[in-house]
Design a protein around this ligand. Structure first.
Ligand code: ZN
Length: 228
């Protein structure tokens, strides 16, 4: 039997039939499960282009089809290597599905594989144009905490914070709309095979919007926590 390959040691040929293998999950010559190639991305696992618009019912259908084909139950009487491969493919596919079905996680992932964003990156500084509003918000939050501690009057502060929450929610909606339009531009650029410069510009814009989105979302969550 061929040496078992690892994810960091990608095979150029099928471990079973030794043909050059081009399939993502199965060898196109002999139909056996292939070794997962190093650096293979979630879009490729789903045999999809790196585009941001994803039809969820179609994604789910593909997921169910692939999970069924890759499922360890199909390999109970296969070799140990194939059983191991079936587990690897299935687990990668699950991770891929969880990420791709969520629009924000999908975008974050795309920015990661395009080299625009490090994993777990969250810019926590306030966008400059929000500074004043954030400053006021933090003041109101502080006052509310003090009033809660000293048993002071909460109603006025709560009203002020509810208004702030509403304003930030509206801004979140606006960021989402801008993200959607940038995502459409990305898909169009992908189809048009736009050059590196144009792609980088779009990625950087989306990265900025995503940072802004997570910043505002945090604010909203904090306000909601204090208003409970
Ligand atoms: Zn093969």
């Amino acid at each position: 039997m061929a040496e078992p390959y690892t994810i960091t040691n990608p095979p150029l040929v099928c471990w079973s039939c030794h043909d050059r293998t081009l399939g993502t999950h199965f060898c196109s010559s002999c139909g056996k499960l292939v070794q997962l190639r190093g650096g293979i991305d979630y879009f490729t696992l789903f045999e999809m282009p790196r585009k941001l618009w994803v039809e969820l019912p179609a994604l789910e259908k593909k997921f169910l089809q692939l999970s069924w084909k890759l499922h360890p139950d199909n390999f109970v009487s296969a070799s140990e290597q194939e059983r191991e491969l079936s587990l690897q493919h299935s687990s990668e596919l699950n991770d891929a599905y969880r990420t791709l079905r969520d629009p924000v996680a999908r975008l974050e992932y795309l920015l990661g594989i395009e080299g625009m964003r490090k994993e777990g990156e969250h810019k926590q500084q306030a966008p400059p144009e929000l500074l004043e509003e954030v400053f006021e918000l933090n003041e109101s939050l502080e006052e509310l905490r003090e009033a809660k501690a000293s048993g002071g009057d909460l109603a006025g502060l709560q009203t002020r914070l509810q208004a702030a929450e509403k304003s930030f929610q509206a801004q979140l909606g606006e960021v989402d709309a801008r993200l959607q339009s940038a995502a459409r531009e990305w898909d169009a650029a992908f189809d048009a095979k736009a050059d590196e410069g144009a792609r980088k510009k779009l990625l950087s814009r989306m990265n900025e919007l995503l940072n802004r989105r997570s910043y505002i979302r945090n604010l909203v969550t904090n306000v909601q926590k204090e208003l409970q």
